[in-house]
Ligand binder design. Sequence first.
Ligand code: ACM
Length: 529
Amino acid sequence: MKKTISFLGLCILLLHLHITKGQAIVPMPVQIEKGSDDSVYISNRSVIVAKDAESKTAARLFSAYLQEHFSLDIPVVDDLFQQGMATNFWFTTTTNPDIPNEGYILDINKTGIKVEGQKGGVFYATQSLKQLLFFDANKKQYGFESWKITDYPRFAWRGMHLDVCRHFFPIEFVKKYIDLMAFYKMNTFHWHLTEDQGWRIQILQYPLLTEIGGTRKETMVEKIFKPYKGDGIPHTGFYTQEEIQSVVAYALERNVTIVPEIEMPGHSLAALAAYPELACSEGPFEVATTWGVFEDIYCPKEETFNFLENVLAEVCALFPGKYIHIGGDEAPKAAWKKSEVAQEVMKREGLKNEEELQSYFIRRIEKFVQSQGKSIIGWDEILEGGLAPNASVMSWRGEEGGIAAAKMGHDVVMTPGSHCYFDHYQGPKETEPLAIGGNTTLEKVYQYNPIPVSLNIEERTHILGAQANVWTEYLATPEQVEYMAYPRACALSEVLWSPVDKKDWSGFQERMKTQYILLKKMNVNARMK
Ligand code: ACM
């Protein structure tokens, strides 16, 4: 009986979607005005006219969405010589300097649905259109109210991270995750690919990284560290380079840049299990089965640099974006303190302590990454011992690292644990699934401002944006990841896209009512409490 009612409830919800007019766009556009015309209706006689390659791609994706979710068959055409009776879409990519980067102008009136967008902008206009579509129950037709929207982002880095190492997720889910972040106009996917608990990217020169490092023998049950309890189930998985290329192409079509992360010098046990000669102490090492920080890290030997450069050369060739994330966080120095090799490097290079040795390590890696035409970004620990000359900093231990880096003239992405760690609880512990800790509610995320007040106007230009991190120690399935990421990613999308003066917590909550329906339609296991 209960099941029947909730199914009925769902039907009513879905029906509600179809009759909803009004604007429920998330993130809130920069400027949105009601046009003077009546609503326009689309039908299977409508077409999308898209002349340039980028508009065509956006149009094809939009058309596929309308087909999949609404059974609307709206073809993409190069040109239209006869207007006919139907309402058509007109998409154009522009370099019009009046439209800021990634921005678009959307005009819906009786002459059609017109979009003009910068690179990425036409795609974003289609995301807004998905959120404006309504169903007229009397006419039995889908349509749009007359709106005029001018829209562009507040920040250039609108990021979502996913840890695929603590738990591995299939390529199809990675694509769904990217599709969804793009739906909310996020544009940077930070793919955390290597860890103590698993190495997840195929490297052709070092097959053991995935053969040995891609599998751990089991996983700790819940938080039963002491005495340890394992589940006895091997956990395995990695992405082939071909699969990675398919994700890169998928992301590119959705205006998403991928930032791959190859962790060093810490969080590297899976690599050491495969190639123990890269450690300071003698192995053998095991791919970790518990969570935390481990003492064995890469040793600063020539052999290690050679290995990392070979790995990074393959990584740089796979990912077209500017940044390679080199980790840098949570690298205990005990192994280097005990190591003759490490101590000799310090002497040779005139380094005062192990923090400076880490800085030397990262500088060398930066030099190599730059030789491949890329830049490095790392967690805020890379400030310790001296920041590499061109490095960007991801500030996770609060905002202090980010503030310090911006004051030094380095670019920064804010991802403080307090607001941006989506592995934290989002409600009372007693009523939520097991999580790592913390309490980061939807409202707390919404209230975040990535620009620290202590920065002056010049320093503020170094804050590229912010990002949510989704660490997966306690998230073993795609459904669990979705539950932690949504709706909090919706709140962050508004933090990163919408002008500060457009932010409105109660308005956001109101618009989220429609978003919950859309999330359900897209089969997303969002938290709906
Ligand atoms: C981190 O959460 N260790 C970057």
